[in-house]
Structure formats: C-alpha cells, structure tokens
Design a protein around this ligand. Structure first.
Ligand code: ZN
Length: 188
C-alpha cells in the first residue's frame, strides 16, 4: 500500500453566522473563532517537475498558505480555468455569514450601516459542514489557478468551538482533479 503524506496548515478566523432552521439557540446571530486545518497531498499520478520524489515536499507550505490567506482574509474567489483572474468577494474573516434566503440578510443589506458589514451570502445554510465544503473548493480552485494541479486538498477540518467540528474529506485522492472540485458550494 502506498504511503500517503500530507502537508497541513492551521489558521483561525472570526465570523458570525446564524442557522435559521435550527431549533435551538443557533437560530440567533452569534459568532465563533473558527479553527481551520487544511490538508493537502500530491496527486500520486503526477509526474512533473514538482514531484515529491524529487523535491522531498508535497508542496511548499508557502503555496498553501498563500491560497488560504487570500481566500479567508482577502476574499479571493478563484475561477477555475481563468488563470490569474480571481475576483474579490467578501473575506470570511470578520464576516457575517448568512444564507441569502435568510430574512436577516436583506435587513442587513438595507440597513444604514450595510457598507460597514462584511456580509457573506451563501446559497446554503452556513453550517460548519457546508462551509468546509465551500472552503475545500475555494482552496482547490486557487491551487489550480496557480498551476499547481498536482496539489489536492484532501481534507478540511473546521472547528466552531473547542469540541464541535466538521471534517470534509476527498476520500479517493486518485480521482481526477475535476471530480474533487465537483463537491458543490457557491457564493452569491
Ligand atoms: Zn454557530
């Protein structure tokens, strides 16, 4: 069996959300210090210049760090296939993350202080599970745009609290890159 080796990067960020369909107190707007661990492996079928057998590295940590920083703290949305043309959306850090269908979204959008709010509108409930899926896709698109198709985001672990966290895994790292990206998650 082939040994699997990953590199992992941990960051944390602040954000507020609410789960409008929740039966308990998560229905109310509240905040978390999210802890995020991003795991990446090299595509075992990759045979180019960056291959681990040559470099000794899955990838330079700097490549992964750059993409994570741009997505979480700068609001980059990389469009797969359109090289070097990320759009700038709302950074997740210090955002208010809501489902676009949530009535609170339009209340905040039409408030006098709307321009001061980092309102991040999703097409789905902003649970840790859904956010982890979205982040996996954003990071993978970023790596694609930096022409590192050999680096596959294989796991996203996202903590809302010390004890509550979601994990999304791309189970089969041998599937083609396009399939890994095909996990859904969009932003308005
Ligand atoms: Zn919460």
């Amino acid at each position: 069996m082939q040994t699997r080796i990953s590199i992992n990067k941990q960051v944390s960020f602040e954000a507020a959300h609410r789960l409008r369909l929740h039966k308990g107190k998560c229905k109310s707007l509240h905040g978390h210090t999210y802890k995020l661990i991003v795991s990446a492996e090299q595509d075992p079928s990759y045979s180019g210049a960056h291959r681990r057998e040559e470099t000794g590295m899955v990838a330079d940590f700097g490549v992964l760090s750059k993409v994570i920083k741009q997505v979480i703290f700068e609001g980059f949305v990389f469009i797969a296939g359109s090289k070097f043309a990320p759009t700038i959306s709302v950074p997740f850090d210090h955002a208010i993350i809501l489902n676009a269908k949530d009535p609170l979204t339009s209340v905040l959008e039409h408030s006098d202080c709307a321009k001061d709010l980092n309102l991040c509108k999703l097409l789905f409930e902003p649970t840790a599970e859904n956010m982890a899926i979205l982040l996996m896709r954003r990071f993978q698109d970023g790596l694609f745009n930096y022409e590192r198709k050999d680096i596959l985001i294989t796991k996203i672990s996202l903590w809302e609290t010390e004890t509550n966290f979601a994990i999304v895994e791309a189970k089969d790292i041998e599937i083609k890159n396009t399939k890994i990206r095909d996990i859904g998650g969009e932003i308005v």
